[in-house]
Design a protein around this ligand. Structure first.
Ligand code: S3P
Length: 168
C-alpha cells in the first residue's frame, strides 16, 4: 500500500499549511521539501538561488525526492517546481498518493503579492510569472493521482476532501 501523501501545486497553493494540518490529523510525519533544503544548507531559498544557482537547488530537490520515496508515513509538501523533472515525480509516486492543489492565478497573486521569499516571483514582471503559471498547469495535472480545486476552501475542508479521495 502506498503510504505517503504528496502535495503538489504552484507557489502559494497551500501545500505547506494543508500538509502540516493533514499530517497532524493523521498522526503522520511532515516533510516540507523547501524547509528541509534550507535547514540542510543553512541558507534561505532566496540565498540558494542567488549564490548557488537554480540548477543546484533542483539537484537538491531531486535528491530529496529520491530519499523520501524510501520512507513511509510522510505527508510531503513539495516546492512548486517539483514537476519540472519527471524523475522527481517517478520517485515520489513510488510510495505515495500525489495530490494537486489546484489554484487560480488570481488567488495565488492575492496570497503571495506581498511576500519576498520566492526567487521566481517578481512583482515587476507579472507577465513572466503568469507564463510560468501557465506552463506548469499541465505538468501538475499529468502527474496528479487526484486533483483538488482549493480556491475559497478552508484548510479543514481541503483536508477532509483529501482524506475522502485517498479513502482514509
Ligand atoms: C519554486 C517554488 C518554491 C521553491 C522555489 C522554487 C518553483 O516553493 O521551491 O522558490 O519553482 O515554483 P513553494 O511552491 O513552496 O513556494
Amino acid at each position: 500500500m502506498k503510504t505517503n501523501i504528496i502535495l503538489i501545486g504552484f507557489m502559494g497553493s497551500g501545500k505547506t499549511t494543508v500538509g502540516k494540518q493533514l499530517a497532524h490529523h493523521l498522526n503522520m510525519d511532515f516533510l516540507d521539501m523547501d524547509e528541509s533544503i534550507q535547514t540542510d544548507l543553512h541558507m534561505t531559498i532566496q540565498e540558494i538561488f542567488e549564490k548557488k544557482g537554480e540548477p543546484f537547488f533542483r539537484a537538491k530537490e531531486q535528491q530529496l525526492s529520491k530519499e523520501s520515496s524510501s520512507h513511509s508515513n510522510l505527508v510531503i509538501a513539495t516546492g512548486g517546481g517539483i514537476v519540472l523533472y519527471q524523475k522527481n515525480m517517478d520517485y515520489l509516486a513510488r510510495n505515495g498518493h500525489i495530490i494537486y492543489l489546484k489554484c487560480k492565478f488570481e488567488t495565488i497573486m492575492q496570497r503571495i503579492k506581498s511576500e519576498r521569499n520566492r526567487p521566481l516571483f517578481d512583482i515587476d514582471n507579472l507577465s513572466k510569472f503568469r507564463e510560468l503559471f501557465d506552463s506548469r498547469t499541465q505538468l501538475y495535472e499529468d502527474n496528479a493521482h487526484f486533483i483538488l480545486k482549493v480556491d475559497d476552501k478552508s484548510n479543514d475542508i481541503i483536508c477532509a476532501e483529501i482524506l475522502h479521495k485517498i479513502k482514509r
